[in-house]
Design a protein around this ligand. Structure first.
Ligand code: ADP
Length: 613
């Protein structure tokens, strides 16, 4: 209440009004009060004059001046007023307050003239005899219907003024008392008026701040009470509608946030009204700072902007596929449609992220092209040699066997290619039925080294084995692990010049079996480190072919290692050799993963786009 401006306004207005009223009351009454006093004094003077007239009449009739003087003095003493007896011609016969001799003729005195006319006259003026102001009252004294003298009584004006001032002082005290009494009343009254209004104001403030629980109660039976009850109903209705809206919004945002499609709504000025989380993720923008920004600024795509323009210009939705390049490359399919309502409030855009779909399509297309090319090369050779033989070379005793050998070589290469392709396809699709077991690396190494020894000898490569001091086992499928080791060993032998070294070692590091195949060969430039694991990628195509490579060896290694819950990495420098490191778990960590999903790892094999490389 103390902070209520209205309260203080009322206090000031009522207080000021009371004060003015209290001040006006004695001011207005003071003149009237003064005239009242004068009237009273005049009335008193008349009574005294009548009394004195009765007493002095015999002395005047008898012409007894000493008796007259004595009576005048007695009357004056008794009534405490000035008494003067004046003859009809104006000569002063007797006077109570001064010497008669010193007094001039009073014929022209105002009160006498009036008394002569109307039987009683009064005047207020300064006494020429005493020099002070007096209120005079005079009445005629008649004998036989003729005026013989006048009895005049006078009261000192100062005495009258004193009386009037006394009365006014009382009035002022009364006004002060009234004002003092009115002050607390004003305070209480202002409080009673403002309290319910202050409560209503606080309620309204709470509602404005979103708090609809505060009860609105008012005991007033007046308009304020009616206002409070109307306000209460309004609050309840508002709370109900806000709750409904919040519920609706909640459901809408739950639906929007759980959608796999991105949803973005813009107003007719193409400013973003809302964007769900998926949309923000697709456009790689922060969800918080989207609302209110221009569509073009948010999407950074002229195509999206154009799609919205097209949708807004017609009733039919606009469909597009856009490729965003920044910050990362994404392919989005979008459908833009106008929001229903009149006038059109804007448009909504629904995005589908088809990046992965397009990537897989590209991958499939590239893979098909690569496979066709890889199959076509040996087939073309076989066809050419067979044709050469058919056209007569079969009778060429010196060369016909060489042609048959070429056909056999190319057929073997074809067979190898198809075998590798099938194995890769099985590993990738998860159809390969692995038999997981604890495989002793020493056993697998022994078998692989035995198999590769002949090739190493042919190529004059020194094959070393650096086994671990303790037994190291890997949780893997034996055949798969054998393929990993032989693929890496064959590569190491093939890509190392004669008199080079290939070392096969294995260790256990914590819960991981680490296999390393190190060679002193040609090495691989850093820019190819990632790509050598792609299907059909070869650093040097001719060299790979000469060595009988299919371009699938490392892809099979990578997919097998991943299918076993492990990984493969490469350290290499051109001219200094390469080290392929395979990490495999030593125990069964997640059997489910080993049997199914790990067999279908994602990679960027399809990036090998040039089938003619
Ligand atoms: P390929 O059948 O051609 O050997 P891979 O998938 O096994 O196919 O290997 C892919 C390419 O990686 C090879 O063509 C070769 O260029 C390179 N490469 C693989 N292993 C080595 C290695 N030990 N030293 C140098 N280059 C290698």
């Amino acid at each position: 209440m103390w902070s209520s401006r209205l309260f203080w306004k009322l206090v000031l207005v009522y207080g000021g009004f009371n004060f003015v009223l209290a001040a006006t009351f004695p001011l207005a009454l003071s003149k009237w009060e003064e005239s009242q006093v004068i009237d009273q004094v005049r009335g008193g003077l008349r009574d005294i004059a009548l009394l004195v007239r009765g007493q002095v009449a015999p002395a005047i009739a008898a012409g007894d001046s000493s008796q007259l003087v004595r009576l005048v003095n007695d009357a004056s003493q008794l009534t405490d007023v000035r008494v003067t007896i004046i003859a009809a011609d104006g000569d002063v016969l007797a006077e109570s307050d001064t010497d008669v001799e010193s007094m001039r003729n009073h014929r022209d005195r105002e009160e006498l003239a009036e008394a002569r006319k109307s039987g009683g006259g009064d005047a207020i003026r300064r006494s020429s005899t005493l020099g002070v102001p007096f209120l005079y009252y005079a009445i005629p004294l008649k004998i036989d219907e003729g005026i013989v003298a006048f009895v005049r009584v006078a009261e000192d004006v100062k005495t009258i003024e004193d009386q009037a001032r006394d009365r006014q002082r009382s009035l002022w005290w009364f006004a002060v008392a009234v004002a003092l009494l009115a002050a607390p009343l004003t305070y209480v009254l202002a409080g009673r008026i403002t309290r319910p209004l202050s409560e209503l104001t606080a309620n309204a403030q709470a509602i404005a701040d979103g708090d609809y629980r505060q009860p609105i109660t008012s005991r007033s039976r007046d308009e304020v009470g009616t206002l409070a009850s109307a306000f209460s109903k309004m609050r309840d209705e508002l709370a109900r509608r806000v709750a409904e809206l919040e519920d609706h919004n909640q459901r809408l945002s739950t639906v929007l946030s759980s959608m796999v499609e991105g949803v973005l709504a813009v107003d007719c000025d193409r400013r973003v009204m809302l964007a769900n989380q998926t949309c923000c993720e697709m456009l790689e923008i922060g969800e918080a700072d989207v609302a209110g920004r221009a569509l073009l600024e948010v999407t950074r795509s002229v195509e999206i902007d154009e799609a919205v323009s097209a949708a807004m210009a017609s009733d039919a939705p606009a469909q597009r596929e856009v490729t965003l390049t920044s910050p990362s490359q994404r392919v989005l399919q979008l459908l833009a449609a106008q929001l229903p309502a009149e006038p059109r409030p804007g448009a909504v855009i629904v995005f589908h992220d088809v990046t992965e779909l397009r990537r897989l399509e590209n991958m499939r297309r590239d893979f098909a092209a690569n496979v066709s090319h890889e199959l076509k090369t040996p087939l073309t050779s076989i066809k050419a040699y067979a044709e050469t033989l058919r056209l007569g070379a079969v009778n060429d005793r010196e060369n016909n066997l060489a042609f048959v050998d070429r056909i056999s070589e190319q057929s073997e290469h074809l067979d190898l290619l198809i075998t590798d392709l099938l194995q890769l396809a099985r590993v990738e699709s998860g159809q390969e039925a692995f038999q997981f077991a604890r495989v002793d690396l020493a056993v697998a190494a022994e078998q692989a080294l035995t198999q590769c020894r002949q090739l190493a000898e042919q190529k004059r490569i020194r094959l070393h084995c650096d086994p671990a001091n303790e037994t190291v086992v890997a949780w893997a499928d034996y055949e798969g692990l054998f393929t990993i080791i032989t693929n890496l060993l064959v590569n190491a032998i093939n890509y190392t010049p004669p008199e080079g070294d290939v070392t096969f070692r294995w260790r256990q590091v914590e819960q991981t079996a680490v296999i390393e195949i190190q060679d002193s060969g040609i090495g691989i430039a850093p820019e190819h480190h990632e790509r050598v694991f792609e299907r059909f990628f070869r650093v040097d195509k001719a060299r790979s072919r000469a060595a009988g490579g299919t371009g699938l060896g490392l892809a099979i290694v990578k997919h097998l290692a991943q299918a076993f819950g492990g990984s493969v990495e490469l350290e290499s420098e051109p001219g200094r050799g390469s080290t392929f490191r395979v990490r495999l778990p030593t125990d069964e960590r997640d059997p489910a993963k080993h049997l199914t999903s790990a067999a279908v790892p994602r990679d960027n094999d399809a990036e090998n786009k040039d089938p003619h490389r």
